[in-house]
Design a protein around this ligand. Sequence first.
Ligand code: AMP
Length: 506
Amino acid sequence: MRTPENLFDRFEALATGENRAFVVTPAGRTITYAEANATSARLANTLVALGVAIGDRVAVQVEKSPEAILLYLACLRAGAVFLPLNTAYTPNEIDYFLRDAEPKLFVAAPGAKAALEAVARAARVAAIETLGTAGDGSLMERAATQPTAFATAMLDRHDLAAILYTSGTTGRSKGAMLSHENLASNAHVLSYFWRFTAEDVLLHALPIYHTHGLFVATNVILQVGASMLFLPKFDSDQVFALLPRATTMMGVPTFYVRLLDDPRLTREATAHMRLFVSGSAPLLADTHRGFEERTGHAILERYGMTETNMNTSNPYAGDRIAGTVGPSLPGITVRVVNPETGRQLPMGEIGMIEVKGPNVFKGYWRNPEKTKAEFRDDGFFVTGDLGKVDWKGYVTIVGRGKDLVITGGFNVYPKEVESEIDALPGVVESAVIGVPHKDFGEGVTAIVVRATGVTLDEAGILAALQPRLAKFKQPKRVIFVDDLPRNAMGKVQKNVLRVLFERIYD
Ligand code: AMP
């Protein structure tokens, strides 16, 4: 007989149905662990009644709500594979995911059902249900008549808990297969490393279709039986109203930039907090320093990705160094190699970051070639991120490998140029990209956001960079924009910029 390895059973307060708060909404609704246990049992019974068996995918495109989290927990209990989809995806994109993942059940937002029903039918999805943000929709109606007990599916630790599609900035998104062990090991290590206890209250303003809001935030809370204040989305007014009741927050850098822009951000406003965590995109060193000056809190930056969960983290006690993502987490090995030879590089040299550990996913859904291409023979996963490790083990990320600019045969790491530009007075932020250039292959190109009212121009920036960067690293052009394009996780979409400016050297 196999030992029970279902992630659900690791969440003790949930599995035993404790009578303490799990999710609290700004409107004042509290869902206790006891209630979460009962409702997720009802939902697990509903899944079984709809024909969902162990290993079947349940695709979900719904707005953030406590019930959506309960549906995730129901999938764990029933041994189904939870497959959340970005709420921004259009029916055309949903068509691709449904055909690729072949879910048994698709759960849509009530208002989107009409547009998505035909898509789901054409993709041969057997069951389509709806779930709204107020506990409404056909799924909860079905669940209402189901029993509040459910025998948790007996699984192997390698069985799949979820498939998360990568954001797919190059080519089509790929489904990252995450096992119960992948999620369990990360929930355990993060809750311990960041010192979460049952007394913690997490301010949760992230989306829940992505690894950050779904697994990092929610699983850590479930691991220790703590509670979360569950905002539909990031909203400064709501955040400032709730900070006095919270102890921790996890955010993307954009959250911290917005908080820092707000005069309400003070030591007093954050006095009840013990920890601010940032990830999913690089936190500017300036933001880190500015936040610490204003609040006394050094934001703790960590690094991870859909495929690997979290890999590194700045320490809880000890130096949280701005611009770094800290050392590898316990039980996880991070190395930096020469991308071509795969050979490990000496300390301090920039190369490809590779990761190995119980956190690393099982491979891409129905894509063995891609899986094979991104794993080394010794089991390390090639992250696609370029970075370096210092003598204390702290990792610094210099950007995605595909964002590397190769100009006249020289490698230019965008982060190095961006850091120089960002340090100039009057610059808010910048993105450096490679744009096709007939002489150089790619021309280093800087896209810059200026502070309002400053007169900084292209010639000024180029002149300021001259003594600071080797000639080949200096931008050939500087283009000013009002904002950098970002996705929902705050990542600058360099692929969008490359398309926008692809002809400037023609
Ligand atoms: P995703 O799979 O959407 O979570 O994106 C993962 C990617 O986000 C990583 O491969 C990195 O390129 C980037 N990323 C995540 N955390 C950080 C961080 N703290 N600093 C810089 N880049 C990050």
